[in-house]
Design a protein around this ligand. Structure first.
Ligand code: ADP
Ligand code: MG
Length: 601
């Protein structure tokens, strides 16, 4: 084939392919334009999950009439002009591609007016063809209407998810932007209903209350930016973070912003999680809105057309600032200060809101059930010693010359004699060949996981009917997940019933969760359905989060009978050696290992 320059229409679709992945990408670009225009009020309205229509109107500076035809040209921007400007970008947009890309794959109407003009202008663009400009009555600001997204781009349209799922993504996005721009009043209406709106009061707590509820907001910790040397010009972290008791089952509530731009960045997310090390349980993730500010020349945002990736000039400095600021905020807000003074009898987590320790609602579900609660110190110790154990484990593996269990061969546990419990976390047992240390939480997770899967497969879930149904508010993406997986929830033993447009009733819960908070458990199941990539089937994803909630914790004292019950159950598991997430449930110190460690007797 001869080389030819692509027609504008095809070029537009290629550009759109990178910038406009789905309806929420359109909303993102339009929001960023409104923010760059200095708006203090931004209203977003969508129908058909954004595919039918997206309207974003703002009270920003507007676009001068003479510039209006340029808006839809590729690489037309008012934000940078010289190559040097790319070294220090202080606006959200700069590529001059978004309006061009959006208009290539939809029908766009733009109405705008600047403060210097008496009347506004209106312009229509259909699949990249710019129409005539006509006068229009308008307030100062800009209103962009995007209709019939991807109608001319079926290759992209077929990858979209259900209307509700796309609407859910838009909601998540608008919420994110409202969280980081608390001084701006945002509103979102979907399918004719007002979804939420923020006041623009400027307070992180207020926006968080609108989005996550007053309870959550109250429990969160504001990062204090006072006391920073005015001469200091490095990265500064602000925002609001969850207390160690406000964790979720995945990372989707870690919202990271760099100079006001939402980004996905593993370094920052890891630094944030590291700050909670030892304070939150395994596979639990903190929540927060991280507002990182640094000089524009220290960060490169020109990595990808969607601009959600950034590169830092000094990554380790940024890592350090995030980790230490978050850690300091956690320490100075008391949950950890209290660690050593907490008396036994309290459970591991301090509820920031009430200032009380959160007495986990579950009880041991093995046999009689001891109600002894661990103290915080023992949990912290447990986490530390877990690390030591892990390194020991690798040392043991290094010297091991035993043939491995080989592929998928089922490895069963021999009959074990319980020796006792260590650190309220590990069960020590003796077998025919050496000593076993069993992580009680991981082991119980495995037991519960297999039980739940088995029952779900036979459609005979063990469930418990709640005396009073539990009311829970869900967002559209969560609702569509429930609708799409109705049979799954039934098979798990969770009976859900729609109660209002955004509310559901939880009528029954899986029996293993009878002592947990049903709303928390449901939200975790939904989170892991969305993100639990480790598992292949949805049943497994759901069963994992159920087992995690239903399992006994590290730090829980167990009676001998309870330990025996657990070990017997583990013996009959299909896969007793790892927890559903692949971590070991036990360490086996064979006689040979012991001989190597201690020398032959
Ligand atoms: P970029 O944001 O990268 O400059 P866009 O294609 O998103 O590129 O927008 C092109 C130009 O249109 C912007 O530079 C800006 O001048 C103008 N513009 C777009 N949306 C708005 C808005 N809501 N208010 C004011 N100006 C806008
Ligand atoms: Mg833009």
């Amino acid at each position: 084939m001869a080389i030819r320059v692509l027609e504008a229409e095809v070029a537009g679709m290629i550009a759109a392919g990178e910038v406009v992945e789905r309806p929420s990408s359109v909303v993102k670009e339009l929001l960023e334009n409104s923010l760059d225009a200095g708006a203090t009020r931004i209203d977003v309205t969508t129908t058909g999950g954004g595919v039918e229509s997206i309207v974003v109107s703002d009270n920003g500076v507007g676009i001068p009439e003479v510039d209006v035809p340029l808006v839809f040209q590729q690489f037309a921007t008012s934000k940078i002009s010289r190559s040097e400007d790319l070294n220090s970008i202080n606006t959200l947009g700069f590529r001059g591609e978004a309006m061009y890309s959006i208009s290539a794959v939809s029908k766009v109407e733009l109405i705008t007016r600047t403060v210097d003009e008496k009347v506004g202008v209106n312009i229509n663009i259909l699949e990249g063809n710019v129409g005539v400009i006509s006068p229009a009555a308008a307030n100062v600001g800009t209103k962009v209407t995007v209709l019939n997204l991807f109608t001319n781009f079926p290759a992209r349209k077929k990858f979209l998810r259900s209307q509700k799922a796309e609407a859910g993504r838009i909601a998540t996005l608008v919420k994110r932007y409202s969280m980081i721009w608390p001084k701006i009043s945002f509103s979102l209406s979907q399918e004719g209903t007002r979804f939420f709106s923020t006041t623009g009061s400027g307070s992180f707590r207020d926006v968080i209350a609108t989005i996550y509820g007053a309870e959550t907001s109250k429990g969160m910790i504001l990062i204090d930016r006072q006391g920073i040397d005015p001469e200091y010009s490095g990265p500064i972290l602000g925002g609001i973070i969850g207390s160690p008791s406000q964790t979720r089952a995945n990372r989707s509530h870690i919202n990271i912003f760099v100079n006001g731009r939402y980004v996905q960045n593993r370094t920052l997310s890891y630094a944030f999680e590291q700050a909670y090390h030892g304070l939150v349980g395994h596979r639990r993730f903190p929540i927060g809105v991280l507002d990182l500010r640094l000089p524009g020349e220290d960060v490169d945002v020109n990595v990808h057309p969607a601009k959600t990736e950034v590169r830092f000039l000094n990554e380790s400095e940024v890592f350090g600032v995030v980790q230490s600021t978050v850690r300091d905020s956690l320490l100075s807000s008391s949950p950890v200060q209290g660690v050593s003074s907490v008396s036994a009898g309290n459970s591991a987590t301090l509820d920031q809101a009430t200032g009380r320790y959160d007495f986990s609602p579950w009880q041991v579900r093995l046999g009689a059930g001891s109600a002894n609660k661990p103290n915080v110190q023992s949990v912290v110790n447990a986490t530390n010693s877990m690390m030591v154990t892990e390194s020991n484990l690798s040392r043991i593996n290094d010297v091991s010359d035993e043939p491995s269990a080989g592929g998928n061969v089922r490895s069963t546990l021999p009959m074990l004699r319980i020796l006792g419990q260590a650190q309220s976390t590990y069960i020590a047992a003796e077998g025919p060949d050496g000593i076993y240390l069993i992580d009680q939480h991981a082991a119980h997770e495995r037991v519960v996981f297999e039980e739940v899967i088995e029952k779900a497969k036979n459609s005979s879930p063990a469930f418990q009917t709640l005396l009073e149904p539990f009311v829970i508010n869900l967002d559209p993406s969560q609702i569509s997940m429930i609708e799409e997986n109705d049979p799954l929830f039934a098979a798990l033993g969770m009976k859900l019933e729609q109660f209002g447009p955004e509310t559901y009733l939880i009528r029954t819960v899986p029996a293993v969760l009878s002592q947990s908070n049903p709303a928390k458990a449901l939200i975790d199941v939904l989170d892991s359905l969305e993100n639990g990539a480790v598992f292949e089937t949805w049943e497994e994803k759901a069963a994992y989060s159920v087992s995690c909630h239903g399992a006994i914790r590290a730090g829980q004292s167990l009676s001998v009978v309870e330990m025996e019950t657990l070990v017997r159950q583990l013996e009959s598991c299909q896969n007793p050696n790892t927890c559903p997430h692949g971590r070991p449930t036990l360490i086996h110190l064979s006689s040979k290992h012991l001989e190597i460690e201690f020398g032959r007797r």
